[in-house]
Design a protein around this ligand. Structure first.
Ligand SMILES: Cc1ncc(COP(=O)(O)O)c(C=O)c1O
Length: 451
């Protein structure tokens, strides 16, 4: 079998100045080690990419057709979908669809042209920022074109090489990638382990006290796989003992948690202790775009220092006006959040009553943990989709420990109590089948919708 190392093409070139376009690497014998990167990636497809041939279109890159709702068409048939972060059901809300269409008709996707700083600023952008800030109980906010970029770029802008980042081990990729850009020290604490966080804060404090550095703690409001909330209250309490600033990625909490929907900080009563709050439009707002909110001077600093916004085109007006409408509905239609939580509670309580392990979720994210191998997981998902018409996401090793199958359900305000009952009944059946060995197999089934 080909491994990563066998693909490093090592060529001895006696005269290193001769004919090549690469900046050469030399080994200790003064030989160039040449790597053809395209040859390498042809054979090393990456941990997910290596499954593409068998899984593409079905397990990976599936296509859901039809209006975004609880029922959509997958692989030619209508399925009950539990995979979309359309928490409040806004994706297809008539007022939202109208606002999106009206703004697109009036402005098109081009406007405004250029980066905000150069020529792409509008009153609409500034109004949305003001309203988002007020909604999450902050003084000011900055719009960003999408959430991943917002977190990477905000982390990059907030710290320099004298500063220390302390972050949760289960942080989303956008946090990890922001941390990767950091030129100074970074300390990780085991997920939600506050004792260990305190140890990291002690280490960080010792390190920064003599070199004019500061400390940035980064965590999430809701962890998207397990659904548990970051321990914001406990982290905020540590501010009494340690000098640090807190950045919270509240992608899943914004619009779904807290009395007014201001997120996990509001839910835990510590919104004021979050120094920089991050929310995305990609989940409860069912759109694209994101924002960071905080004190006026911090946001103004980000406005003038976040490279991803300074050197990139401004968010198009239809997205800005669409977000403005969605925000209005978040404020004026609390019944959407109430309906969401009716479904969440029915699903989570029903699953628990039926004997399922759903971990420690404290949010809408509903994980169902089963025991089984990866081939069993794939056979089970095939059965669930093809014979029971339920479409949900599956997560296996290495994201979860070996032998665990995580079925991840995202309830929304457009699901019904019938959907909940049908799903719990079906899950009970497939769980029995799993325990009886029905899905056992030596290998992962090959199932690609690409011919
Ligand atoms: C916790 C978390 N942070 C950030 C993001 C990125 O947001 P966006 O989709 O707006 O790029 C996501 C989305 O998957 C997320 O789950």
């Amino acid at each position: 079998m080909l491994t990563f190392n066998t693909f490093w093409l090592k060529t001895k070139i006696v005269n290193p100045t001769e004919s090549n376009n690469f900046a050469p690497n030399f080994n200790q014998d003064n030989h160039i080690i040449m790597i053809d990167i395209f040859e390498k990636i042809k054979h090393n497809r990456g941990p997910l990419g290596e499954h593409a041939k068998n899984a593409h279109g079905y397990f990976t890159f599936p296509k859901l057709y039809g209006e975004i709702s609880n029922k959509m068409v997958f692989n030619g048939k209508e399925r009950l979908v539990w995979s979309l972060n359309n928490y409040l059901g806004l994706a297809n809300h008539p007022e939202v669809r109208k606002a999106d269409a009206d703004a697109a008709a009036e402005f098109g996707l081009a406007a405004p042209m250029g980066a905000r700083m150069m020529s792409g600023n509008t009153d609409y952008h500034e109004k949305l920022e003001k309203d988002l800030a007020a909604f999450v109980q902050k003084k000011d906010a900055i719009l960003v074109n999408f959430g991943y970029q917002a977190m990477v770029s905000a982390i990059d802008a907030l710290v320099d090489r004298h500063d220390v980042i302390v972050y949760d081990s289960e942080s989303h990729a956008c946090i990890l990638d922001g941390v990767r850009l950091h030129m100074g020290k970074r300390f990780v604490f085991p997920h939600n382990n506050i004792d260990n966080l305190e140890k990291q804060l002690q280490r960080a404090t010792n390190l920064v006290k003599d070199n004019e550095g500061g400390i940035l703690v980064i965590t999430e409001g809701v962890f998207g796989m397990s659904g548990d909330q970051g321990k914001l209250k406990e982290i905020a309490a540590l501010k009494q003992k340690y000098n640090f600033r807190l950045l919270v990625d509240d992608a899943h909490g914004f619009g779904t948690l807290g009395e007014t929907g201001a997120g996990a900080g509001e839910e835990q009563g510590v919104q004021d202790d979050i120094d920089v709050y991050f929310g995305t439009f990609a989940k409860s707002m069912a759109s694209i775009g994101a924002f960071l909110a905080g004190d006026t001077d911090v946001i103004e600093y980000l406005r003038y220092n976040m490279r991803s916004q300074i050197f990139a085109k401004s968010l198009p007006l239809p997205l800005v006006l669409g977000a403005q409408k969605r925000l209005e509905l978040l404020k004026t239609k609390p019944e959407l959040k109430e309906k969401l939580w009716t479904i969440v509670n029915a699903l989570q309580n029903g699953l628990k009553d039926a004997g399922f392990e759903i971990g420690n979720t404290q949010s809408c994210v509903t994980p169902v943990y089963l025991n089984g191998s990866i081939p069993e997981a794939t056979n089970l998902i095939l059965d669930l989709r093809e014979n029971y018409n339920i479409f949900c996401s599956m997560v296996v090793y290495p994201v979860v420990p070996k032998g665990i199958i995580l079925l991840r359900l995202i309830p929304t305000a457009v699901h019904t109590m019938e959907d909940v009952k049908y799903t719990i009944d079906t899950f009970s059946t497939i769980h029995d089948d799993l325990k009886a060995g029905k899905y056992q197999s030596d290998k992962i089934p090959e199932f690609s919708l690409v011919s």
